[in-house]
Ligand binder design. Structure first.
Ligand code: GUN
Length: 303
């Protein structure tokens, strides 16, 4: 049985990070400006705390001005909105990220719509969603996880994806829908599959590129994968691992990895695949946002 090539997201993310750090130093030298990233965390969700800490660490590592705002879970909606308004007007801040999920008493879409589109480094504002959907990628800020997934696909298959069949499993606003838009713009023939899709195994079997983003551990089975396909596993699921000891857990993706190894041409591991790319692309978006706000050209490599 063929053994799939592993797509090393950590290594690709490190190369993106080095490139951003270099360009950030150039910007500081030429303009005296550091790209500024503000991350807002409301509440104590442990996974969100880890993500926010990692974003802050990476922002500092690439030479950005990094600000973290931690608000407690009971913070009134109006206070969160006031903070976003202040960050919108702060000239030292070029990128604003509000960590999701927000506590239930806060209207997520109200907060996301208030972020200035040019500072929306998550790419969640309807203006950025619209620009991406309309094919104006060069004017948009693109959500980080799909942007990072596309980099991994191109590193694997080369820059020209035209005519390839792609299946995106999952229709979330954060991953599935923007991923489908990006692949469509690369002239792939794109299917968006979801929980109501009939004959999902057969739909997946037709795909040269499979992006799994459903949040269901090991749902995509190895024999669903066309021989030689490129598999991008966006899922991060914690499952019990009694083989490691009582109460032990492990992280797995949405794809049954061991099975898929015998079918795929290339596959991302979990962890160490898409995850590291998300934060790297956040840095890329922040640099892009800073350059645009300073009236400079893009100067962003396609990675
Ligand atoms: N929570 C889970 N994923 C994301 C993301 O990409 N951005 C933000 N802001 N919150 C998240």
């Amino acid at each position: 049985m063929p053994q799939a090539e592993l797509i090393d997201g950590k290594a690709v993310a490190a190369s993106v990070r080095d490139e951003i750090a270099r360009r950030s130093r150039d910007l500081l030298k030429a303009q005296g400006v550091k790209p500024g990233l503000a991350v807002v965390l409301v509440g104590e969700d442990p996974a969100s705390q880890v993500y926010v800490r990692n974003k802050d660490k990476m922002a500092q590592a690439v030479g950005f001005h990094s600000v973290k705002h931690t608000l407690d879970a009971g913070t009134p909606e109006e206070d969160v909105l006031a903070l976003v308004r202040a960050l919108n007007e702060d000239p030292d801040i070029h990128g604003i990220l509000v960590q999701l999920p927000l506590p239930a008493h806060i209207d997520e879409s109200k907060v996301l719509r208030l972020v200035k589109p040019e500072k929306d480094v998550d790419g969640f504002h309807p203006i950025n969603v619209g620009l991406l959907t309309a094919g104006e990628r060069s004017a948009a800020l693109v959500p980080c996880t799909p942007a990072g997934s596309l980099v991994l696909i191109k590193r694997t298959l080369g820059p020209d994806l035209s005519g390839k069949t792609a299946v995106v499993i999952g229709r979330s606003n954060i991953v599935g829908k923007p991923m489908a838009s990006l692949l469509l713009q690369e002239s792939c023939t794109v299917t968006i599959a979801h929980s109501r899709t009939r004959d999902l195994p057969d739909v997946v079997r037709a795909a040269d590129i499979v992006v799994a983003a459903v949040g269901r551990p090991q749902m995509v089975r190895g024999d669903w994968i066309k021989d030689g396909a490129t598999v991008i596993d966006v899922g991060i699921n914690r499952i019990p691992a009694p083989d490691l000891g009582p109460d032990k857990t492990r992280l797995v993706g949405d794809v049954a990895f061991d099975e898929a190894l015998g079918h795929a041409g290339a596959i991302t591991p979990v962890p160490g695949g898409v995850g590291p790319m998300t934060i790297a692309m956040l840095m890329s978006n922040t640099l892009t946002a800073a350059r645009r706000q300073l009236g400079l050209g893009e100067d962003i490599p396609a990675f």
